[in-house]
Design a protein around this ligand. Structure first.
Ligand code: PAF
Length: 291
């Protein structure tokens, strides 16, 4: 496994690898990341992973300094997973002195939901991922479904900038009680950890109601909202029932959209997503209905 620091080293190490599936991460890896590594290995000659806690996607007062880091453990885990290349840049490797270029994503896909709670977050994500892709030139970019809005934003970056990479989405990986795996789960106290699976239960209820025929999006939102609000340790930020492509809030969940527009096939009729704070941890989860 090549572990490299600078852009030049990364470029050189990548050059000998053939087709590459690439998993960008901020480290403190868990089984969800490893499942993405596995997805990246399918159909590619090699797997590359980056580990970089990207300062530009954190707002003032957010957890950039506190974000959990354990590079030695991450590298050991990636080595056992058979990863070929790990790029661990410093801030100066990604944002050299004088760097003045940023990728800005306009419109609702970047300004609603996470974008509303974390202004500028997706510009930071779009900028760093564009730089990582520019240096590594991977064949496939593998992202986790848990960060659904990030997937939507990066899909639009890849399309708008004409980047030559296939975007591949890996499934959300869960603890046995349903909690979506996240590096930020480490912030949860014991009672908060016990309470957090309410997010998955609320989304499972949305799936059950959808299967039973519920299509009124406002009603769906209120079903999910009430379940989360019943948990005293959860401070709900938002519940959204939106178009999976535009993230526009829906009035009605229309199962026929995918029939009309084959481009949307497999992306579902509605994305139900939510965010809630449990003490220091702000957790996200989502489910796609009608995929
Ligand atoms: O999902 C993440 O961990 C980050 O947002 C990413 C894609 C690695 C960019 O910093």
């Amino acid at each position: 496994m090549h572990v490299v620091r600078s852009r030049e080293q990364a470029r050189r190490a990548r050059a000998g690898l053939g087709s590459v599936g690439f998993v960008p991460t901020m480290g403190f890896l868990h089984d969800g990341h490893l499942s993405l590594v596995e997805v990246a290995g399918r159909g590619h000659d090699a797997v590359a992973v980056s580990i970089f806690v990207n300062p530009t996607q954190f707002g003032p007062g957010e957890d950039f300094a506190a974000y959990p880091r354990d590079l030695d453990r991450d590298l050991a885990v990636l080595e056992s997973a058979g990863v070929d290349l790990v790029w661990v840049p410093d801030v100066a490797d990604i944002y050299p002195r004088g760097a003045a270029t940023r990728v800005t994503v306009d419109g609702p896909i970047a300004s609603v939901l996470e974008g509303a709670s974390r202004p500028g977050h997706f510009d930071g994500v779009a900028t760093v991922v564009t730089i990582l892709l520019g240096v590594l030139a991977p064949t496939g970019l593998v992202l986790g479904a848990k960060d659904a809005q990030q997937v939507t934003v990066l899909r639009s970056v890849v399309r708008d900038l004409g980047l030559d990479v296939e975007l591949i989405v890996g499934p959300t990986w869960r603890e046995p009680d349903g909690l979506a795996m996240s590096s930020r789960n480490i912030y949860l106290t014991e009672p908060e950890r016990a309470a957090a699976p309410v997010l998955r239960r609320a989304l499972a209820e949305a799936e059950a109601r959808y299967a039973a025929g519920l299509r009124d999006a406002a009603l769906m939102r209120s079903v999910v909202r009430e379940l989360v609000r019943a948990e005293p340790l959860a401070e709900l930020d938002y519940v959204s029932v939106a178009d999976p492509d535009t993230l526009a809030e829906l009035e009605w969940i229309d199962d026929t959209t995918q029939l009309v527009d084959p481009e949307r096939k497999g992306r579902g009729a509605a994305l139900v997503s939510l965010a809630a704070r449990f003490g220091r941890a702000r957790l996200l989860d989502n489910v796609t209905l009608g995929a």
